[in-house]
Design a protein around this ligand. Structure first.
Ligand code: HEC
Ligand code: HEC
Length: 373
């Protein structure tokens, strides 16, 4: 697994290197391509402040965060200009009040077409370097941000149209100039838009104010209740007197995910070819990866129902019933998924522990809200 991660990182580095050397020169000025050099370009580096129990945020060298870049990214994230009929933005499916999910089992795109997967929380997404989406098919946020615009079940628009709309917009030429130092409106590209959106997304970090974080960071007077403590014990298998619920192996600290791919036994299949959504297997071509999905973060899990890649479980009670049962057998079901023998009270203890991960100061952070209002 470690070797795999190193390989992936070097592949990423190669990819980043490759794209940065073969970047096209900015197009020559042409009619309708106005000069922006009157507008000052003086970007201020932005540091992402993270809780003391988090590592520093990894930032790609070719897209350092600036105040101006994050502002631009936030406008774009909330702007329906990115969709074909100007009704839908990234935020339509990633709303702050649901920890940047949409509260639906599966998401509905701009044409009303329904997808097969549930929207994902963007909390701490800047830390997720083992592939984005449920199946990990996108290597990084810069790549990911390009995809929803042209996806027919998401924004269903064409990037050249979006670029044209941004270039003739009253506000964006100035914002792109301030963020990236472009000299003409026609230098506004999808790549720069994606970079700005990625910068904004990297600021979406836990506040450190969840009960869990306050407790582990030793804030005076913050204690778990007995039930939360028992849940914590079973989640991480701390005490030999309590059953091991195995959760912490796949949902580990500090993000409550390893970001690795597993079959957690939710799908009943007779054969590894039968998964209705092959998940990771579609990306790697390895039949043993069929039906595996990336373990998602459990931070703010109280706000992101319904659960799993297809939103099949409505409540945390249903999720705990699933894990307690051991799920459905398949050749690649993870060995940690097995009947756990938890009592009703113990399942509730784990749910009570999960509730300590709720982070409302994150969802209500004024810097993350819609800048157009
Ligand atoms: C129609 C709803 C919809 C819209 C609009 C949408 N998304 Fe998503 N988003 C999803 C769904 C569904 C997934 C999971 C898809 C999958 O796994 O195949 C997802 C996944 C993601 C992820 C991956 C998170 C992770 O942990 O891997 C990121 C990042 C993201 N979206 C950002 C954006 C951005 C930026 C925009 C706007 C440019 C956007 N989304 C527009 C529904 C949407
Ligand atoms: C073998 C690894 C593994 C173990 C052990 C595990 N999970 Fe998961 N968990 C996953 C994967 C993978 C998914 C996503 C599966 C999917 O959507 O198809 C997931 C999804 C979830 C979700 C839904 C999250 C969302 O955003 O929809 C919750 C809640 C959850 N797990 C809680 C737990 C709890 C509580 C335990 C312990 C009782 C646990 N998990 C044990 C791998 C694991």
């Amino acid at each position: 697994m470690r070797a795999g991660r190193i390989l992936l990182l070097s592949a990423l580095a190669l990819l980043l290197g490759a794209t940065s050397c073969k970047q096209d020169p900015p197009p020559a000025p042409q009619p309708g391509c106005e000069s922006l050099t009157e507008i000052p370009y003086d970007p201020k580096p932005k540091e992402v402040v993270v809780p003391p129990n988090f590592p520093p945020m990894p930032i790609p060298p070719d897209n350092p965060l600036t105040e101006e870049g994050v502002v631009l990214g936030r406008y774009l994230f909330y702007d329906p200009i990115l969709s074909s009929d100007s009704t839908m933005s990234c935020a339509s499916c990633h709303m702050p009040e649901f920890s940047f999910t949409d509260g639906q089992a599966v998401s509905e795109g701009v044409t009303g077409e329904v997808g097969t997967r549930s929207s994902m929380s963007l909390l701490n997404v800047g830390y997720f370097l083992n592939g984005l989406f449920w199946d990990g098919r996108s290597p990084d946020l810069e790549d990911q941000a390009l995809q929803p615009v042209e996806n027919p079940i998401e924004l269903h628009e064409q990037w050249p149209n979006v670029e044209a709309k941004l270039r003739r917009h009253a506000l964006y030429p100035e914002l792109f100039r301030k963020a990236f130092g472009i000299e003409h409106t026609c230098e506004i590209t999808k790549e720069l838009a994606a970079k700005a959106i990625a910068q904004f997304e990297r600021t979406l970090v836990s506040s450190g104010q969840s009960k869990y974080d306050r407790r582990v960071n030793g804030e005076p007077g913050v204690f778990f209740t007995e039930s939360e403590l028992r849940g914590f014990d079973m989640f991480f298998d701390i005490s030999p007197e309590m059953p091991d619920a195995e959760c912490g192996h796949c949902h580990n600290v500090p993000f409550f995910t390893t970001n690795d791919y597993f079959n957690n036994g939710i799908e009943e299949v007779t054969d590894l070819n039968d998964f209705p959504d092959k998940g990771r297997g579609e990306v790697t071509g390895n039949i043993f990866d069929n039906g595996k999905f990336r373990a998602p973060t459990l931070r703010n899990i109280t706000l992101t129902a319904p659960y799993m890649h297809d939103g099949r479980f409505q409540t945390l009670e249903e999720v705990l019933d699933h894990y307690n049962s051991g799920g459905h057998y398949a050749d690649n079901r993870d060995p940690l998924i097995r009947p756990l023998g938890l009592t009703e009270e113990q399942k509730q203890d784990i749910i009570n522990f999960l509730k300590t991960l709720e982070d409302i100061p994150f969802t209500e952070n004024p810097e993350f809200q819609n800048p157009w209002h």
